[in-house]
Write a protein that binds this ligand. Structure first.
Ligand SMILES: [Zn+2]
Length: 340
């Protein structure tokens, strides 16, 4: 039954409604279909079931997020922090796992504010080790050299049982990073989380990538499809010419219309599989999470301002996605039909 539920959760979170003109249209279903061909099973089912298999109480889990660079997105986007906070919360309440959030230093105050709005206090390592319903945030240093060292430090210091990347860009074949519109970025302007994912992968630690464009960690699984589907897939707008698609793979790729929604889909599947509806945040919490991220400086990736939007979709839409996800899960958890 879980696969049937996930089939429709996958479809809901892959409903494309981005504004015309600003971002590519008509790509969401193609990226999703390619990811399904690669993985066979529904994507949110795969991610949730592997998290349940791999995370035991008190296991550390690293969640990476943070997209956007100054001057347009000086503290990052609203897409990413909310998904990361939703998953962090579901892992804490549902599995007793310990969430550690990492990303560019410039993005971490919105991430921390969002995680707290989701009910987990952000604290230091001492308190983190002593109680539940808390999270830690760490700055992932910019650049390749520091990024490699930090990946090694994270693995040895925390022994994480899963690495989850939400809207976290991975490099193209040239080693450069690219926006969805094909604008190139040097590795020393971003957190190179790919080193963490590659190291975790070599140690057989679960890796999950959630993304919406093809340039995020995980889309390396369907590299040739991204090249074919995205406008700047075959060739970027920068001199490297490699195209926007990332080469960085993950054990599970969750493709979605908005990365946050992919993460909410995983939380919803955890809610269904662990029979606890509250693992997926409610609409009031969703509102608080979005507001908190923006008050702390996150901006909508399309409008690049501090309005209550995510990837050009309104706050009402975020709440509607949550409403439908919760309805799917709560109706699926009914064992005897209700009579009115
Ligand atoms: Zn390029």
């Amino acid at each position: 039954m879980a696969k049937v539920i996930a089939e429709y959760i996958d479809r809901l979170v892959n409903t494309e409604m981005r504004q015309m003109g600003g971002l590519p249209r008509g790509t969401t279903h193609q990226l999703y279909e390619a990811a399904r061909r690669y993985h066979k099973d529904p994507l949110t089912y795969l991610a949730a079931s592997k998290l349940i298999e791999n995370i035991k109480p008190n296991d550390n889990v690293i969640i990476a997020t943070g997209a956007g660079v100054p001057p347009w997105l000086p503290k990052g986007e609203t897409d990413g922090p909310l998904g990361a906070a939703s998953i962090a919360r579901a892992i804490d309440i549902g599995l007793g796992g310990k969430p550690i959030l990492v990303g560019e230093g410039r993005c971490m105050s919105p991430v921390a504010a969002t995680v707290e709005a989701a009910g987990l206090m952000v604290c230091d390592e001492d308190l983190f080790s002593k109680r539940d319903h808390v999270a830690m945030t760490l700055e992932y240093p910019l650049g390749e050299e520091k990024g490699t060292k930090f990946a090694e430090e994270l693995m040895s210091r925390f022994n994480p049982k899963a690495i989850i990347c939400i809207e976290k860009h991975g490099p193209s074949a040239s080693g450069k990073y690219h926006s969805i519109m094909g604008v190139g970025r040097e590795p020393d302007t971003v957190a190179n989380v790919k080193f963490l994912v590659e190291l975790a992968s070599s140690k057989k630690v679960l890796t999950i990538g959630v993304g919406d464009g093809g340039n995020e960690i995980g889309f390396g699984n369907i590299y040739d499809d991204v090249k074919r589907i995205q406008k700047y897939g075959p060739k970027c707008q920068c001199p490297c010419g490699a195209g926007i698609g990332t080469v960085t793979k993950a054990d599970v790729l969750v493709a979605a219309a908005v990365s946050n929604w992919g993460a909410y889909g995983i939380s919803a599947m955890l809610a269904f599989m662990l029979k606890k509806l509250r693992l997926i945040q409610d609409v009031d919490m969703e509102y608080r999470m979005l507001e908190a991220s923006i008050r702390a400086g996150a901006m909508d990736g399309l409008y690049t301002d501090m309005s209550m939007y995510v990837d050009g979709t309104s706050c009402e839409t975020q709440k509607s996605i949550i409403t439908i996800l919760r309805e799917i899960v709560s109706n699926a958890l009914v064992e005897q039909p209700r009579h009115w």
